[in-house]
Design a protein. Structure first.
Length: 105
């Protein structure tokens, strides 16, 4: 298996994302959630620089800066807000938002 597999939308998913899907995690909605995401649903992980897309039903999708899907996790709103308060994630800058839109819009 290659490091990244291409989805039907042409976007890439990492091997990790493929494994998570096989384990029953909801990775398939990731690109749909990313395309529909409002700016208030988009964050950056302050340690890795990865995009965090907050989807429906507690889904959070993690994307590399080049748009490759890393993984999807289930996270409560309270846990999400805690990560925002403690600085683990932050809102996107204007430049980061434009870059995100280039990949997913």
């Amino acid at each position: 298996m290659s490091d990244a597999d291409e989805t039907s939308s042409g976007k890439e998913r990492s091997e990790h994302a493929e494994q998570r899907e096989q384990e029953g995690r909801r990775t398939k909605p990731a690109f749909n959630d990313a395309q529909k995401a409002r700016r208030v649903d988009l964050f950056v992980d302050t340690e890795t620089g990865r995009y965090i897309v907050r989807g429906g039903r507690g889904r959070e999708h993690v994307f590399e800066q080049d748009g490759e899907l890393v993984t999807t996790v289930d996270r409560t709103r309270a846990a999400h807000l805690r990560r925002l308060r403690n600085g683990r994630i932050r809102e996107l800058s204007d430049e980061e938002y434009e870059q995100f839109e280039d990949f997913f819009r």
